[in-house]
Design a protein around this ligand. Structure first.
Ligand code: SF4
Ligand code: SF4
Length: 562
């Protein structure tokens, strides 16, 4: 099959695999976005994003205003947290959050005072024409904006990238049931297009492509209408075929540009930046109104709620109160899923807060989404590999994940798994493949973290040993110098005493002793057999001496004779 398709305006490409699933979007997409009621309390996890957790800068009992910074970013990949409404900080402690691990994490709890009073934000101070790459990234970073498509990667990191050719806005929203981006595009098309124009200009991108699946005709029409009316050039609203998971970043890039992102690389490395349409809208609010990220639109849907809808709610709002606003649970409600049916995860309680990553609360009946069984033996049909959009071998990854062979699982590029769930969906043996992959990835992260921790401890220990050795060497040198100084001092004192007594100094005594040793040696080396000679002996000596003299005078004449 040709791997390209033709769009009305431009060529499209096809990614490997993917599946067609019933989209079930009409339940929640009919009505406009509703504002949420002010909640009874707000619980704000310090880690609602990829990267390091934010650090609280408020105390229990402190009054805060809407939009006030309550926890600051702690690293390049991190994001701050702001108070979603005015009120009192009542707790800073661990609480349950909507996370697949089901573990508690550090949160700030605010009791709203009902006034919903804003801090004094610098209203529209930014001169859009003077916005630079650095100032845009700073505004986005200070506003705590993260990817709202579910990835929650801090947007300031992407926005600070140079050498970008293509800006992509992701309006695909391919996951079944979810319609928050669809409603946003229909109702706030101008905001999205204006944001696209700002980001495109600041990044220096040549084009902006807005990819939307063809099951959202109203959103496509509205964005196209706004683009034509706005006069912004280089912005193209591109209709793409509905195929799950076309909204995944790498797959959307492939569809729109034909480019593949290599394993371990980011799109920015090939000159592409991709933002979700809701993230682009949040960037516009931050740039034009200094508004931090304090709310998000969430879809509340499924047979298990009485009135499926989309609500713009304050971050930290209890999920139970959002479901109540959606009419409450219906009689068929069986399971609460955070996210969609493909990539979401089931939770056992609704006493959890809304966070930046939660785009959908799906309440389903057992018949709507049956609980997966324990799974049977793999029959090696390779269906999983044929639908995998990352071109992986899920069957092999499953065996190694099951055996907890992390190294082998990594060899099969487990890190490239986008956890889309296509493999689990088609597996005839009903093996919960994606669950294995998630837990193995967590195990690999923990293993790597433990290794990194050990390495840090080793380096700390080496540094400590080196520091102690240096201190020891310095101590020894100091002691040697001190000893030497003492000896000199002693010698000087002795010299002084000797001089005062008229005697000789130790140096003078040493020199004299040396001289007398030399004299004794030279005396001893003199010949000893020339004294007390007899007359006969003396005569022999004299004769020998005379011969020696004669011999030394004769050689020249002797040689002349020859
Ligand atoms: S789809 Fe299921 S049964 Fe078939 S090869 Fe993959 S894991 Fe095995
Ligand atoms: S969950 Fe992972 S392995 Fe399974 S189809 Fe998706 S990307 Fe492939």
């Amino acid at each position: 099959m040709n791997n390209t398709a033709t769009n009305s305006k431009r060529q499209l490409w096809k990614f490997h695999g993917g599946i067609h699933v019933p989209d079930n979007k009409e339940q929640s997409s009919r009505n406009s976005i509703e504002p949420a009621k002010l909640p009874s309390c707000l619980v704000l996890p310090l880690k609602q994003h990829v990267g390091s957790a934010a650090l609280p800068i408020v105390e229990i009992g402190q009054r805060v205003l809407k939009g006030e910074l309550i926890a600051e970013s702690t690293a390049f990949i991190s994001a701050p947290i702001h108070a979603p409404t005015s009120g009192i900080v009542t707790e800073i402690s661990d609480a349950l959050t909507p996370h697949p691990s089901k573990l508690a994490s550090a949160c700030i709890t605010i009791k709203p005072d009902g006034e919903d009073k804003w801090i004094d934000i610098a209203e529209s101070k930014t001169n859009l024409d003077e916005l630079t790459l650095d100032s845009l990234a700073e505004i986005i970073g200070n506003a705590g904006i993260v990817g709202l498509g579910g990835a929650t990667f801090p947007s300031s990191v992407k926005a600070s990238t140079k050498n970008i050719n293509t800006l992509i806005l992701n309006g695909a929203e391919c996951e079944p049931y979810i319609t928050c981006d669809d409603r946003l595009m229909r109702e706030h098309a101008e905001k999205i297009i204006n944001s696209a124009a700002i980001i495109k200009r600041v990044l220096g991108a040549n084009e902006c492509l807005i990819g939307i699946e063809d099951n959202k005709p109203e959103a496509i029409a509205e964005l196209q209408r706004v683009v034509s009316k706005s006069g912004h050039s280089g912005i193209d609203v591109v209709t793409i075929p509905t195929l799950y998971p076309s909204g995944s970043e790498k797959q959307l890039i492939k569809i729109l540009t034909g480019q593949e992102i290599p394993t371990g690389s980011r799109p920015t490395e090939i000159g592409i930046v991709c933002f979700n349409v809701a993230t682009a809208a949040a960037i516009y609010d931050a740039v034009t109104s200094s508004r931090p990220m304090i709310s998000r639109i969430v879809t509340i849907t499924g047979d298990g709620v009485k009135r499926p809808c989309n609500i713009e709610a304050l971050l930290g709002t209890p999920i139970s109160e959002l479901i109540a606003q959606a009419g409450g649970y219906s009689d068929s409600a069986e399971k609460l899923i955070i996210g969609g049916p493909m990539m979401g995860f089931t939770v056992e309680t609704d006493q959890l807060p809304l966070t930046k990553s939660v785009n959908c609360l799906l309440v389903v009946s057992e018949s709507e989404i049956p609980t997966a069984g324990p799974g049977m033996a793999c029959i090696r049909c390779s269906e999983c590999a044929s639908v995998c959009p990352s071109s992986l071998l899920p069957q092999q990854m499953y065996w190694h994940s099951r055996a907890q062979n992390l190294e082998k699982a990594e060899e099969y590029n487990l890190s490239d798994c986008i956890e889309c769930g296509c493999c689990s969906h088609v597996c005839p043996a009903q093996i919960p493949l994606v669950q294995y992959f998630r837990s193995t990835k967590t195990a690999i992260d923990e293993y790597n973290e433990a290794n990194a921790k050990n390495e840090r401890a080793r380096l700390r220990n080496e540094a400590r040993t080196a520091r102690l050795e240096k201190l020891d060497a310095e101590k020894r040198e100091k002691s040697r110098l001190k000893k030497e100084a003492m000896q000199k001092k002693k010698a000087a004192a002795a010299a002084k005493a000797a001089a005062e007594e008229g005697g000789k100094t130790p140096e003078e005594e040493a020199i004299e002793a040396a001289k007398s040793r030399v004299a004794e040696t030279s005396e001893a080396s003199k010949p000893r057999n020339t004294e007390n000679l007899t007359a006969e002996q003396q005569q022999q000596i004299d004769q020998a001496e005379a011969r020696r003299k004669a011999d030394s005078a004769e050689p020249s004449s002797a040689s002349e004779e020859k």
